[in-house]
Ligand binder design. Structure first.
Ligand code: TXA
Ligand code: MG
Length: 324
């Protein structure tokens, strides 16, 4: 493919029809969700799903999330839904919560990387829901970024990241949350958070009481917990104060408005007033814009590790742990 992807207005029914035709042909389409953009293929079509892995250069041991259009579809995907899982579904679906459940045999091994579990969510973005329901069957989709890189939250960013590799991007505007879904598993009646994301720990606690957030060492238990996720190409350093941003050939990702003019060449402010929700909506798009060839380092200002700040800090820490 030797062209830029076509970006179509996802709110037009003709665009949805075109995307459905591609999915039926076993092709990959990018689509908006309320969290980040996804690269979707028919979940029951192993060949289509294989194309996602190839496009992202994603290792086959890293399973995908299955996206459904109706809660009723869940019984064809998961063997058993525990009372805890049902309570989470009732409260958070459609929305940015992914739940790991025991899989039905119909889900191809390539989707789950051979695991006996499957990650499922029902997104709330109208374009995502229209697409999945018009297709009439689940869509497997990872975030629309090359493996390990920052996720895309704008249609134009998806088109740039998959230049020459992707035919179609449905544009649904900037992602509302800007961070991936929160992933939970349920074990021994306890809710375990496998990835911090758009649903906060505080919101989960409000529903189920105690939740467990420790990450385990067992790679099969949380295959996505790879160290270098979410990393820009340039090295990233987390700073507590502006005094630490000493290199001028740098980019600076500020959490809130600075008290004095920064030295860095490129500066983005996540939320001038320090609002975590606003910061999250800008998080990945600012990081992509700051990841420029003419900078040596990206400085990222530390933010409070509460609510969505915890999810953003988790991603920044992973990016900062990348060795060059
Ligand atoms: O918000 C989101 O979740 C976005 C949108 C497009 O829905 N999707 C997304 O997918 O972030 P992805 O593939 O970038 O991240 C999914 C994570 C991966 O870390 C993967 O390892 C983990 O979910 N995962 C998928 N299936 C799993 C399973 N059965 N057990 C444990 N982890 C699983
Ligand atoms: Mg991802």
């Amino acid at each position: 493919m030797d062209a830029r992807p076509i970006i179509l207005d996802g709110f037009q029914s003709s665009s949805i029809e075109q995307a459905v035709t591609s999915l039926k042909a076993g092709d990959v389409v990018a689509f908006p969700t309320e969290t980040v953009y996804g690269l979707g293929a028919a979940a029951l079509n192993s060949i289509g799903v294989a194309k996602i892995f190839e496009m992202k250069k994603r290792p086959h041991f890293d399973p995908l999330i299955v996206h459904i259009g109706q809660k009723e579809w869940l019984s064809s995907i998961a063997r058993h839904v525990s009372p805890q899982a049902q309570a989470l579904i009732d409260r958070f679906w459609p929305g940015p919560l992914t739940i790991i459940l025991e899989k039905q045999p119909t889900i191809p091994d390539i989707v789950t990387a051979g695991l006996q579990t499957v990650a499922v969510r029902m997104p709330s973005h109208p374009v995502a829901l229209n697409l999945i329901n018009a297709f009439g069957s689940p869509i497997a989709a990872p975030s629309a970024n090359p493996f390990g890189y920052v996720s895309a939250t704008r249609a134009t960013h998806v088109a740039c990241l998959f230049h020459n590799k992707l035919a179609l991007v449905l544009d649904g505007g900037p992602s509302t949350f800007g961070l991936e879904s929160t992933i939970v598993a349920i074990r021994d009646h306890q809710v375990l958070v496998r990835r911090h994301g758009a649903v906060t720990i505080e919101e989960l606690q409000g529903l189920v009481g105690e939740v467990h957030t420790e990450t385990r060492d067992d790679p099969l238990d949380s295959p996505g917990q790879l160290p270098y996720h979410y990393a820009p190409h340039r090295p990233l350093a987390i700073i507590k104060t502006l005094d630490e941003a000493t290199i001028s050939a740098s980019s600076l990702l500020l959490f809130q408005a600075p008290s004095r003019a920064p030295l860095s060449k490129y500066v983005r402010i996540l939320s001038p007033s320090g609002d975590l929700r606003e910061a999250a909506t800008n998080f990945f798009s600012h990081l992509i814009e700051l990841d420029r060839e003419d900078v040596d380092v990206i400085y990222a200002e530390k933010m409070p590790e509460i609510g969505l700040g915890r999810a953003m800090m988790e991603r920044l820490k992973k990016a900062a742990s990348k060795t060059f």
